[in-house]
Write a protein that binds this ligand. Structure first.
Ligand SMILES: Cc1ncc(COP(=O)(O)O)c(C=O)c1O
Length: 297
């Protein structure tokens, strides 16, 4: 499959307040964000031209910057408007939106106090993260080798670029063995999350999910917890050991990109894409479509 490179496409990208031709939205190789990972980003989905949970994503972007010690120089409302402008200018209805903020080139060492904070928002067509077949049957996952760091080791509540280094490494190792993704444990050896999504387990009709104390408390995670409670399911947030997968009937992932995706295997453990997972997949699909219809009205 040939993929159109992301730096060579038609369209426009919002860059520091202006809509630029796509190919001109560049940064210099001597940018602090590139060398020292002083960079935060978001991943959002638009359905029928409306971004689901847009305000929450942009609040998180501003907060991710604050955690890393910088102020994103645009308000939430300005970033909301930028994202909508990018969707409209590129004619995207069902797509993915990527805001990013990073430190620029004024200083090139660990200290970066005087750097300008740059912000860009891009959007592209990106309907599904896993193949439709994998979404029906459930994806196959391996255990990742890398552990989510403790809150004393990394700013784990920021959606910061640097935290994704071990996600890419874990995902590549899993893909090399034929798996779709990796389940990452945390620094204590407890179940944490996938490389770009949160994880839920169903045990005897109850839903269990790890307490997000060292990884992102996903916006989709919170949405799906609400949907589950509305259906009357019990949702328990707690520390979960990997051995518990042996008494787990269903596993699913949640995230903006993966939406609700069933998991068929993790290492030697096997699961059903069962009723609770199916119900929450359908409820999530219905909610994002309802939101799009309501915002269009
Ligand atoms: C590492 C990681 N965990 C969890 C999530 C899920 O977060 P959300 O539901 O806010 O997209 C994501 C996706 O952004 C992620 O990259």
């Amino acid at each position: 499959m040939s993929i159109l490179p992301f730096d060579d496409r038609d369209g426009v990208i919002w860059y520091n307040g202006e809509l630029l031709p796509w190919r001109d939205a560049k940064l210099h190789v001597l940018s602090h964000g590139l060398h020292y990972a002083s960079c935060v980003f978001e991943g959002e989905r638009s359905y029928a031209g409306r971004i689901f949970k847009m305000e929450e994503h942009h609040d998180r972007l501003l907060n991710s910057g604050k955690i890393l010690g910088f102020n994103v120089p645009y308000s939430r409302a300005e970033i909301d408007a930028a994202a909508m402008a990018v969707l409209e200018a590129n004619g995207i209805s069902d797509g993915y939106v990527r805001p990013v903020a990073w430190r620029g080139s004024e200083m090139m060492a660990v200290s970066a106090q005087q750097t300008k904070i740059h912000v860009a928002v891009a959007a592209w067509q990106w309907p599904a993260y896993f193949s439709p077949e994998a979404r029906m049957k459930g994806i196959r996952m391996d255990f990742g080798e890398w552990k989510r760091p403790s809150p004393e080791t990394a700013p784990c509540h920021s959606k910061a670029a640097g935290l994704y280094m071990i996600c890419t490494m874990s995902k590549h190792a899993a893909e090399a063995k034929g798996y779709a993704d990796a389940l990452m444990l945390d620094y204590r050896g407890l179940i944490a999350e996938a490389t770009g999504a949160n994880v839920f387990l169903v045990q005897d009709g109850k839903i269990h999910t790890p307490t997000p104390d060292c990884f992102l408390d996903g916006i989709t995670r919170r949405t799906v917890i609400d949907l589950a409670k509305r259906r009357g399911y019990e949702v328990i947030e707690r520390a979960i050991k990997p051995e518990e997968l042996a008494k787990t009937q269903e596993v699913f992932l949640t995230g903006t990109a993966v939406e609700v995706t069933p998991v068929a295997e993790i290492g030697d453990y096997k699961f059903e894409a069962g009723e609770i997972t199916r119900n929450l997949m359908n409820d999530y699909d219905a909610l994002v479509r309802k939101h799009a219809a309501a915002s269009a009205a």
